[in-house]
Design a protein around this ligand. Sequence first.
Ligand code: BGC
Length: 886
Amino acid sequence: MTSPLTVHHLRCEYLENPLGLDEARPRFGWQLHSPRRGTVQSAWQVQVALSSQIFDKPVWDSGRVESNQSQQIVYAGPELAARTRYFWRVRAWDEEGNDSGWSETAWWETGLLVPANWKAGWITPDLPDDTSKAGPVPLLRREFAVATDGEITSARLYITARGLYDARINGQPVTDALLTPGWTSYGKRLQYQVYDVTPLVQSGINALGVALGDGWYRGRLGWEGKRNLYGDRLGVLADLHIDYTNGTTALISSDSEWRTAYGPILASDIYDGERYDARREQPGWDTPGFDDSGWSGVLSLDAPMDTLIGSVVPPVRRQEQIAPLAITPRPDGTTIVDFGQLLTGWVRLHVNGQAGQTVTIRHAEVLDRDGNLYVENLRTAKQINKYTLKGGGPEVYEPTFTFQGFRFIELGGYPGPVTSDSVTAVVLHSDLTPTGDFVCSNPDINQLQHNILWGQKGNFVDVPTDCPQRDERMGWTGDVEAFLPTAAFNLDVSAFFTKWFGDLNADQRANGAWPHVSPHVLPDNCYGACAWGDVGILGLWDLYQIYGDRRLLERYYPNMQAYLEFVRGYAGDNLLADKPVPNGFHFGDWLNSDAPSSNGMLATAFFAQSARVLAEIAAVLGRTTDAGGYRELAALVSHAFCQEYVSPNGRVDGGQQTAYVLALSFDLLSAELRAQAADRLVGEIRERKDHLSTGFIGTPRLCPALSDNGKLDVAYDLLLQESFPGWLYQVKNGATTMWERWDSLKPDGSFQTPEMNSFNHYAYGSIGHWLYRVVAGLDVDPSAPGYQHAIIRPRPGGELTWAKAEYASAYGKIVSDWSWEDGRFHLAVTLPTNTSATVHLPAATADGVTESGLPLVDAPGVGSICQSGDELLVEIGSGAYSFVVA
Ligand code: BGC
């Protein structure tokens, strides 16, 4: 008989069978499935072995561990060897003693682990190189022989670059990952990737080819037009290990044997785009037998090895292709193509013409009133790709080391009529698994959710960027602070943010301040802003809630302490953070539409909140004394805040919405003041005829502050507001992503100032988590992080007749799906095995409440039922439930 309990979805460091992990103690997670309601895991066992067949001599056998933990299980076996594939499997028992049997086998493979395991040296092309502007892309190649007498068991390429690399073996790309090695704080952390190239290597002569683009490393970065921020020499570092059945290994490395020449890409730049001359292609350059006698040699490059880290993040890949929605020829001979969706990526061009003809592709987010591309808001970023044909038949072109933010393109010089076969938009972003979906009875809100998701897709391009089009595209910390909880509903951002918080903390200054952007590429004083900097504490706490990631808390605890001391230091004895930020500055409630709140008030509020959250973190880490100290500090700062910024009748600071929102959501007020502040917030909103006025700091917390303080109806009024400023104003004006400003397109039809007007900026998409948590009612329980215990509490309003959220937590899918039907409230809930939830039903008593047709009290899987105000709190275990409240 098959067991009623099965184990599946094995993940190691959040990834499925990751290749190239440098983590000394990887963490495991798995999902369980049982058809029976209320099933929990009572024990688990993990085995790790060197072969998928032989588990009888495991490297590590945890033995049976009595525990319901099925995520964040830390490997506790002997030290791991480099370049080794470890296989692992799990077995679990439920609370009735049912044994799942062994799961399917999963694996992870270690990378080089320490710099000393690299055999390669850095090399750089010995070619004339003008580093003052975007130059041609060098190709590097090396041939190597593979013994014909031994069979290859496996071949691995370990590779990274100073710049971006595109690597190929025998004419085939080694990966579908793009923009590798990705963007990190290169001076301190440079990722390398590992590829399984076994199928590409052949016996006899082989060729390894690498093209190198400037990318973030030495291309133009930042609005000051600076280049070469990390260094001015391109370089590649590569070790190709080929293992034979006879136990020997051949090694081909980046060394003096390589040859180099410039290829068809004449110029390549992240912001400006690419110029490609197909006549300069060197057919066969990446295959064996190519004559490279006219090519130059390479030089060895003195570059650090101790910054190298294994890459543990899903790379950027092609995600979707979008066909033209409308094609409009223009009187000047150009053609405008509308793809119907603002996106990040590039255009694939299909063209047939004469050698030497050049097609120019210009990209823009919007058109102006005359139907021309509007490019002023790109500032100095050109976003232009140019392709020169080689002639002689159909040609296909995609750029390599750049990306564009666009919905519209203008094609110039295209030979023949432009048809829907001429161009395709290729959507690129980090390859993050979709985890959530929110949908409800209001189509405008559904479009808002669409826009939030596309704002995220367009900006999660290896780094969480502010925008993907102008001369910026940076990892703004404040934008992450606002958006992280929403981001984590939509896509699996666990590994993505593990990488980014690594950079943030690598960029932390000795005085404890975190930068405005990470990777940090701005002037020296771009540090220490409140909210922006606080993401180092608040964002990690969010990740802990969402994924249960205690390790990140542990790893960066000293950094968090240093930050808090930094703030405490400049706040001084009276604990008000109203003094100048040492070698830094604040942004305030960025892009708010009322009188600015005082920076001192905002910074003091964040000081209190970060102290309070650090106290919680310390408690999770078992640092009880620290926890007490930070709790006390939080109380003192809250007190100082109230003394300085709150009047006895509940007015906060200048009376801005954000002032009330922070005081409420950071719990800075006494109960009495709290009620007054909530009323005043409502008054402020009503005075503005149900419009918000908040910026990057207030917006993410605005609707939660209202719904948490008995003002749910006001939150819905804001959500549904169709005129400026409000979320649906954008929707009603045809947005397909989130805008940077509430009025990026002004009510009079003109554009906001081109100096700062992105149509793809996710920060105001931070309403998204409220849609999931409050409108649909799918929320995390802070006391059981990672959703092992969830809170299901739909809060209907705004004339919605139904709403549904799904979220693929680490434990499996959670669903909260409510509707009003025939005057009765229906709620369908699904919980994965080994989890439970408290369901809040809008019912005064259990009488008349049914679950799957049975009286609630008789329903299997339903535990305690208790009354709290006008709600019924029902404890349920895993399974699918269907409640009806009469
Ligand atoms: C960015 C924002 C960022 C802000 C900081 C802008 O240029 O695009 O998203 O948070 O600067 O004030």
